[in-house]
Design a binder for this molecule. Structure first.
Ligand SMILES: O=C(O)C(=O)C[C@]1(C(=O)O)C=C[C@@H](O)C=C1
Length: 93
C-alpha cells in the first residue's frame, strides 16, 4: 500500500472511533434533554459551554489551532442543542 493509502486507512479507523464517541455523547445528551424537560431547565447553557471550551483550550493537546478546536466544539454544542430542541418540541407537540 502507498504511504498515503496507509495514512488514509488510519484516518478511517480514527473517524470510526470519533463516530462511536459522538454516538455515546449524543446518547448522554438525549438523557440530559429528558432531565431538563422534567425539571423545566433551559436547554441552552452558555456557562457550561464556556467551561468546556476553557478546559479544552487551556490544554489543547492537538496540533489544531485553538480557534479551529473551538469551532469543532461549537459545532458539537450546536448539534447537541438541536437534538434537545427537536426532542422537546416533539414531546410538547
Ligand atoms: O450540559 C448541558 O446542559 C448540555 O445541555 C450539554 C451541552 C453539551 O453539548 O455539552 C449542550 C448544550 C448546552 O448549551 C451546554 C452543554
Amino acid at each position: 500500500m502507498m504511504p498515503l493509502d496507509q495514512l488514509r486507512s488510519q484516518i478511517d479507523t480514527i473517524d470510526e472511533q470519533l463516530l462511536s464517541l459522538l454516538k455515546q455523547r449524543s446518547q448522554v445528551i438525549d438523557t440530559i434533554s429528558d432531565i431538563k424537560g422534567e425539571l423545566g431547565l433551559p436547554l441552552h447553557c452558555p456557562e457550561r459551554e464556556r467551561q468546556i471550551i476553557n478546559s479544552i483550550c487551556s490544554r489543547n493537546p492537538t496540533l489544531y489551532h485553538q480557534l479551529d478546536l473551538i469551532c469543532i466544539f461549537r459545532a458539537i454544542f450546536n448539534a447537541s442543542l438541536n437534538l434537545q430542541l427537536l426532542k422537546n418540541t416533539k414531546q410538547a407537540g
